[in-house]
Design a binder for this molecule. Sequence first.
Ligand SMILES: CC(C)(COP(=O)(O)OP(=O)(O)OC[C@H]1O[C@@H](n2cnc3c(N)ncnc32)[C@H](O)[C@@H]1OP(=O)(O)O)[C@@H](O)C(=O)NCCC(=O)NCCS
Length: 319
Amino acid sequence: MTGPAADRDLRARVADRWLAIDPLLPSPGPARAACGADLVVAADDGALAAVGGCEHWAPHADSLDVSWGAARQYQLSVRVADLADPRPLDELLSRWKEHLRDLTGAADDDTAAVVTWPSRDTRGVKTLLAHGLAPLAVVAARTSVAAGEHGEATRDGLRVRRAVAADLDDLVRLGLEVVRFDSLVSGVTERPSTAAALRAEFTAMLADEQPWLWLAETDGGAVGMLAAQRPATARWIAPMARHEPVAYLLLMGVAARHRGAGIGAAMVAHLHREVRAAGVAVTLLHYAPMNPLSAPFWSQQGYRPLWTVWEAIPARTLR
Ligand SMILES: CC(C)(COP(=O)(O)OP(=O)(O)OC[C@H]1O[C@@H](n2cnc3c(N)ncnc32)[C@H](O)[C@@H]1OP(=O)(O)O)[C@@H](O)C(=O)NCCC(=O)NCCS
């Protein structure tokens, strides 16, 4: 069975499984119409067992995106009917590896093979690992309805306030510190363009009358920053969640010697108040599961894994 009917049947089966494992996952769309590689695995009865779409993506060299990952990415979207049998996913990933092997440029160092996988779809994990993919990032979600407000620890002499144009240098300095810390534990990479890209991003955010951009300061100066996108700006990531509106927490960090004192929690409390007032259903953010500070912190703030981003870096290390 091939063609649109087979595709619909496969998607319906994936939709059932996703809904059963995680009610926050969206309905699966078609595997992304992508580079045209033939990534289709049939079951013994002829039905579709797995379909993949491989997209080749190169963020602009001056964009902030190129700081979050490799300069050239091969992103596979996967639809597998049933994971009780590991073979269809295994076969699909083997075909993908063959496809990448034949591509000019896929053997370069600054590349990544990327699979974004539902975090709770645990039955695929061993197969992803066996192909040399590592869980380098998580898209975590916090639902506004279910989440309680976590304590806003206040310290003497600490203020959290909305950032203004005069804070730009502090925002960039603190933002760079986050990039540097995350680059130790994930695919994040500081580029020659990172500081300028952060400056451009914050400048654009500061044009908003009430930017979702906060600074924590003590009498000694700025010690923490938080940048988030309102639903209108976070549309790019909204399809990753079942419910809307979606907000996105872009970047947050506290200067090294001020961590663990409640400053992060105080800034997040400001965002969560605005999120609630704006009627946001789900707030999303990325964190690195191997970041020993942020992973437990986000869990404590009410965020939990929704998608896991598996990567082979460079792409040629896909097995
Ligand atoms: C992740 C990060 C932003 C958290 O900010 P933070 O200010 O250190 O976080 P908090 O102090 O609010 O909370 C962290 C810990 O301090 C504890 N804490 C909270 N209030 C406190 C207080 N008043 N005094 C002492 N400790 C406190 C919290 O309970 C928490 O402890 P736990 O993890 O053992 O439960 C910060 O550690 C950081 O900048 N890390 C490096 C960059 C980074 O990882 N950014 C996030 C990328 S996704």
